[in-house]
Design a protein around this ligand. Structure first.
Ligand code: SF4
Length: 341
């Protein structure tokens, strides 16, 4: 049975017409769903015979909440959701003064192999459909009891490795009549699949592109990111430049600082040189120490030295606040601890 969340408004309107119903019913149904009503039988402005056809034709594919953890020190919730086939993914909700942000997963696992990431250890199991990604927002809003206004595609999975579903998802959450999440409130994070960045630039989206860079040169980058064997930093930055030219949007570069690996002053200078002249922002992240690898966090002193060098060289830089470290908020850690147990 088809998951109704995988349909967009036009598709459901077309279905209504094909089934002898009025097209406007599609919007009424999505209004209910987007407002947290997940049973067809509770949609009380829909005629009974249509409700029974809907029940026979569609399922509302929401995941089951397996775990909901709330951090003690900040307003972070981490969810472990199970889809109908038993696959587990994580979503994180962060409460900020300017609104609630969700970090969604786009694949079960990931095949990109970044060394500092727990999501990739068992490889990629499958892509999530657009409706399954959307369902993370609907379910999390329901669990937290508040609207989510910002979305980051930064959970497990490489969004650009699941391109069509991700694009459909972005269009869907951006719809005025739907969740109405503005393009500028959506961030897509990629490890740097160059041809897909070029494709994304043509979508005419105003989303923020965040690129995991983690090293200023190919030699170092290849040691932690297998994708660097396929695309050089020169090619990657070239694609980012094109993205900026097409969208007029500033690109964010994520840089996880690892002790004695990529955190020296010399590398900060090298990074400044590589990014010189690009409309960009660098987000420095103290690396997540996971059991499965040896990477250690840089000292606070080195992190601020690194930042100061970038700023001195005219590169806008921030240090990402660590949220929810007591609840395994780093990508993939909670799922792995469940899989193991
Ligand atoms: S950091 Fe992202 S792209 Fe890299 S392995 Fe993890 S989920 Fe995949």
């Amino acid at each position: 049975m088809q998951n109704i969340l995988d349909m967009n408004l036009d598709q459901l309107k077309a279905w209504m017409v094909q089934n002898g119903e009025k097209a406007f019913r599609a919007k009424q149904i999505f209004d209910w769903i987007y407002n947290g009503v997940f049973e067809f039988s509770e949609m009380n402005n829909i005629p009974k015979n249509l409700l029974s056809t809907l029940e026979k034709s569609f399922r509302l594919g929401l995941p089951r909440t397996v775990a909901k953890l709330q951090s003690k020190d900040d307003d972070t919730y981490k969810f472990l959701f199970a889809y109908e086939d038993g696959n587990l993914i994580e979503s994180v909700v962060m409460k900020y003064k300017h609104g609630n942000t969700i970090c969604v997963s786009t694949q079960v696992g990931c095949r990109m192999g970044c060394k500092f990431c727990a999501s990739t250890i068992e490889g990629m199991i499958r892509n999530l459909t657009s409706g399954e990604i959307l369902a993370q927002i609907l379910k999390a809003q329901n669990e937290v009891g508040e609207r989510i206004s910002n979305v980051v595609l930064m959970g497990s999975g490489e969004p650009l490795d699941n391109y069509d579903n991700v694009i459909k998802f972005i269009r869907c959450i951006n719809m005025k009549n739907g969740l109405n999440i503005g393009m500028r409130h959506i961030t897509l994070s990629t490890c740097g699949i160059v041809p897909k960045i070029n494709e994304l630039a043509k979508e005419d989206f105003q989303i923020t592109l965040a690129v995991s860079l983690h090293a200023p040169n190919d030699f170092l980058r290849k040691q932690v990111m297998p994708i660097a064997n396929k695309y050089s930093i020169k090619e990657l930055l070239g694609a980012c430049k094109e993205y900026i030219e097409k969208t007029n949007r500033r690109v964010t570069f994520e840089y996880a600082l690892v002790k004695d690996f990529n955190d020296s002053s010399q590398l900060a200078e090298e990074l400044s040189g590589a990014l010189h002249g690009l409309l960009c922002h660098v987000n420095l992240i103290p690396v997540n120490e996971i059991k499965e690898n040896e990477l250690k966090k840089s000292s606070l002193e080195n992190i601020s030295k690194f930042r100061n060098i970038l700023i001195k060289n005219g590169i806008e830089t921030t240090i990402r606040r660590e949220m929810g470290s007591d609840i395994n908020a780093a990508c993939g850690q909670l799922r792995r601890s469940y899989l193991k147990s």
